[in-house]
Design a protein around this ligand. Structure first.
Ligand code: TYD
Ligand code: MG
Length: 472
């Protein structure tokens, strides 16, 4: 058993080193560690997920004085003003939507994690991007899941330039780092981090300790050599990233590629970005030519049939730094159950219940004996409260079986007192709607534009009642 060192605090609260041999037990789901094995993880409540990890011997990289602190080095501490503010040069990926989500391109020395379900198109997107990037920057693609032949076949089928991109099938992190030291790529992709392993860690690839150690070695390499490192990560059944939470702390930018396998559209969303806005949304379509970026996403989510049916309304949601027009559908039908159903797809379930209560109390519309189904078209997930007013309109339209005008667009937050509250970026939302040919908008009074918007009639409302009147 290797000699290991643990850090503990003595009675004065000072960190000390102990040379006792130690093993730790780490939860494979959430990464919490325990001194003893136990059946259930106290943090995430998962059963049978603790695995034994042997801690490696500590290495002292800096001289430690008698006080226990590293010897001071001159010139390390500066005021913020003394730090030179060079604009970080970004490498454009030549994929507009990807650049947008990244906040303007790849930053040298940054680590980006691309997560998503199997078949989402992570490998395809990165292969396409790298093949094009390899023309101007040195790039290395490490494939741990597919053979080089498979990757090459895909590249030639997608008619990508294949003469510059270097590829290697490898799962050992030590070898990857050694090859990278030699080749010095500017951009390196690891597909995927879950299959990578290090020799000195005894647990299986994909386990918490392997993922954590492999990622930290790769991240260290990237930071030291100023390489852009892109890690591909799998997601678990509930949609969170497989592997320890620490992975999310190590990286600079976390992107999620989402989309139903029955729909060709994929959305790329940034959940964390040290170099740009979060919750930025990029839209792609998976076609027989690979991942094609969709430059005007509103246009696809708005593909409505010839005549608009009741229960359908278009709303403007704000995604990161831009507005997006999305269709919302509601279906209200007599319920045969004692407990009528409330089903939402792409929206918060509790929000629907709350809005139905507001509608009853302040709008006099009783849906207590009705099943209510709500769906955001195109598989978009709406996290904003600006969808409230649109949801109420769609429910009423379906309840009365009276279609809303085709050129109507709605947004606004609804409060518990039945008031309609303003939302951020009202002007930009209206302008985007006008660009797509909408001629009438029902919006919160607080969002009423000072100057009229050309070609658009704006109805500003203060309460749910006023909104209902605006419909009739
Ligand atoms: P892939 O990039 O391998 O997904 P991931 O790496 O996220 O697991 O994508 C595989 C899916 O994409 C697969 O279901 C087939 C589909 N696909 C296309 O529809 N068209 C294409 O041109 C390619 C390459 C894949
Ligand atoms: Mg893949």
């Amino acid at each position: 058993m290797p000699v290991s060192v643990t850090v503990y605090k003595n009675s004065n609260g000072v960190k000390c080193l102990s040379t006792k041999t130690k093993t730790a037990y780490v939860c494979n789901d959430c990464g919490s560690d325990y001194r003893k094995w136990q059946g259930q993880c106290n943090d995430c409540q998962a059963w049978n997920t603790l695995a034994e990890v042997r801690l490696g011997a500590a290495t002292r990289s800096s001289p430690i004085s008698r006080t226990g602190f590293a010897a001071a080095v001159d010139g390390q501490v500066k005021t913020l003003a003394e730090i030179t503010l060079d604009e970080i040069p970004r490498i454009s990926t030549s994929v507009g939507e990807l650049d947008l989500v990244l906040g303007g391109g790849l930053v040298p020395g940054s680590v980006i994690l691309v997560g998503g379900e199997p078949g989402a198109g992570k490998s395809t997107l990165l292969l396409q991007t790298l093949c094009k990037l390899a023309d101007t920057e040195s790039a290395l693609y490490i494939t741990g899941e597919e053979s080089p032949q498979q990757v090459a076949m895909r590249a030639s089928r997608l008619q990508l330039p294949t003469d510059k991109l270097e590829i290697m099938a490898e799962t050992s992190v030590e070898t990857v780092c050694a090859v990278a030291q030699q080749k010095k790529p500017k951009i390196m992709v690891i597909d995927s981090i879950q299959v990578m392993h290090m020799e000195e860690v005894t647990s299986a690839p994909g386990s918490v300790s392997q993922v954590r150690e492999s990622a930290s070695m790769l991240v260290r390499y990237a930071k030291q050599t100023n390489t852009v490192l892109i890690l591909v990560g799998h997601v678990t059944k509930d949609g969170s990233l497989a592997g320890p939470k620490v992975l999310e702390h190590m990286i600079d930018c976390s992107l999620m590629l989402e989309g139903n396998s029955d729909s060709q559209f994929r959305t790329l969303r940034s959940h964390k970005n040290r170099f740009g806005a979060v919750n930025e949304l990029g839209v792609f379509a998976m076609t027989d030519k690979g991942m094609v970026e969709v430059a005007n996403p509103s246009a696809i989510f708005l593909q409505r049939g010839e005549d608009v049916s009741s229960g359908s309304v278009v709303m403007v949601v704000w995604e990161g730094t831009r507005p997006l027009l999305v269709e919302l559908q509601a279906l209200v039908d007599d319920s045969h159950l004692g407990n009528p159903r409330r089903v939402t797809v792409g929206l918060d379930h509790n929000r629907l219940s709350m809005l139905l209560a507001v509608l009853h109390r302040h709008g006099g519309i009783m849906a207590g004996d009705q099943d209510v189904f709500v769906n955001v078209v195109g598989g978009v997930k709406v996290l904003e409260t600006s969808a409230d007013l649109a949801l109420i309109m769609a429910v009423i339209s379906s309840f009365r079986d009276s279609p809303l005008p085709e050129d109507l667009v709605v947004f606004g937050e609804v409060g518990l007192a039945g008031e309609i509250r303003p939302v951020a970026n009202g002007q930009e939302r209206l302008r985007e709607a006008a660009k797509h040919g909408f001629k009438h908008a029902i919006i919160p009074a607080g969002n009423k534009p000072k100057q009229p918007i050309k070609g658009m009639k704006v109805t500003a409302v203060r309460t749910v009642n006023q909104a209902l009147e605006a419909l009739s």
